[in-house]
Design a protein around this ligand. Sequence first.
Ligand code: AMP
Length: 189
Amino acid sequence: MKKRICVYCSASSSLEQKYYNFAEKIGQAISKNGYDMVYGGTICGMMGVVADNVLKNGGEVIGVIPERIEKENIGHPKLANVIVTKDMRERKAKMEELSDIFLALPGGFGTLEEVSEIIVAKQLSSHTKPIIFANFDGFYNELNLVFEKYYSEGFAKDTFRDVYYMADTIDDIFDYLKSYKVREYVYKW
Ligand code: AMP
């Protein structure tokens, strides 16, 4: 069975065109590198663009969508696999369960919340799956500085640095996945 990448990204339709172009390239690369995709299931913003491009290139896409959002008629119409959940919390848990890899593209608070939760889960050893930020056009540089402050001022352990990976290019994402090695983290201070 193909591995599944869970994509977290912006649902906004008000971004500069460069972000949608990037979403298109990521969708193509997911399929071409032999992965399927799991995501929030809507046609909104970058989310819809990534899903379209995975499908166009022969990949499978599973949409996991909460009841309330499904009723808003913004579900992606071309998805063969849609799972409807009770709420956003159940959706995140389902996305985690179905996925082998987590990839955060540029996004807003929703994306940040999803990727933060999956980072914390890995720190606490509830999973050992790769987590990647696609640092397109330096989008995550400032967040990375905040993370550096966590390490330098003792809010996070230095050994957690490799819980996630900041990838500067699309090739970098797939090279990282090829060489990924599972390791355990000790949460004790
Ligand atoms: P944001 O980054 O704030 O644009 O939120 C998008 C991310 O949060 C996606 O990865 C979705 O899984 C989730 N999400 C939050 N709100 C929505 C929404 N109204 N429609 C679709 N996905 C959403």
